[in-house]
Design a protein around this ligand. Structure first.
Ligand code: G5P
Ligand code: MG
Length: 220
């Protein structure tokens, strides 16, 4: 089957559901998913040089410097098929410009979820680090508490999900990441999806993406 180019990003505040919606997108459309946060957490766990550097910023709710992130994500993009969804990158206008200079993006999806909803959600988040699979008590609870559904391995709570760090992440989002939304609006590729739950947002995202890529067009 012919492989078509498709290049996209998903934006949204911390815990707005980027990972949750991305996993539904990649399953439906067979896209490559590059989550900057998931990749950084894997590096931290493996104690790599980039992991050691990133950890200092992440645990304080600060962004990792642009030069580090641009190089890191460029390398990740080069490892996969040119049908991808970036999640968590770009997060500053400098990152958005660097990406725009090299890649023709088809669409930038922006998830709009009220901050009070986000703050509630973060409290119940559990993550399977090696895969990035994410759970939430009451929304998509793991079948066995504290264990990943697929591997049975332990789930963890993220160090940056502590309330004081979440507050800092939301501030950083307002200051540094909100301008990225305007960047894509001006480029004419922004699509916004508002809602209080991922189940409410997902059908709208699905309809939108189906106008760009026929279901399962891409092959491994
Ligand atoms: P991350 O990992 O990119 P954030 O802050 O952008 O972190 P996060 O926290 O991963 O985003 P998300 O992916 O938007 O959130 O949301 P999610 O995990 O899918 O959902 C959040 C929770 O809500 C989950 O438990 C989920 O199950 C639940 N949930 C989803 N939908 C619903 C619902 O409808 N109802 C309910 N009840 N629950 C729901 O980045 C982390 C750090 O890495 C660095 C930064 O330091 C950053 O802070 N970093 C970068 N730094 C610089 N530049 C970059 N490009 C960077 N990328 C990462
Ligand atoms: Mg995420």
């Amino acid at each position: 089957m012919a492989t078509k180019l498709f290049k996209s990003v998903i934006l949204g505040a911390p815990a707005s559901g980027k990972g949750t919606i991305s996993s539904r997108i990649v399953k439906t459309f067979n896209l490559e998913h590059i989550s900057s946060g998931d990749k950084l957490r894997q590096h931290i766990q493996n104690n790599t040089p980039i992991g050691i550097k990133a950890q200092e910023y992440i645990k304080q709710g600060q962004l990792v410097p642009d030069n580090v992130m641009i190089q890191f994500i460029t390398e990740e993009i080069n490892k996969v098929r040119p049908v991808w969804l970036l999640d968590g990158f770009p997060r500053t206008v400098a990152q958005a410009k660097a990406l725009w200079d090299v890649h023709n993006l088809d669409v930038a999806l922006n998830l709009v979820v009220p901050f009070p909803v986000i703050i509630e959600r973060v409290k119940g988040r559990w993550v399977h680090l090696p895969s990035g699979r994410v759970y939430n008590e009451g929304f998509n609870s793991p079948k066995i508490p504290g264990k990943d559904d697929v591997t049975g391995e332990p789930l963890i709570q993220r160090e940056d999900d502590k309330p004081e760090v979440v507050q800092k992440r939301l501030e950083q989002y307002e200051k540094l990441t909100r301008p990225v939304i305007e960047f894509y609006r001006e480029k004419g590729i922004l699509k916004e999806f508002a809602g209080n739950t991922s189940d409410e947002i997902w059908p709208k995202v699905l309809d939108c993406l189906a106008t760009y890529i026929p279901l399962h067009i891409t092959s491994k």
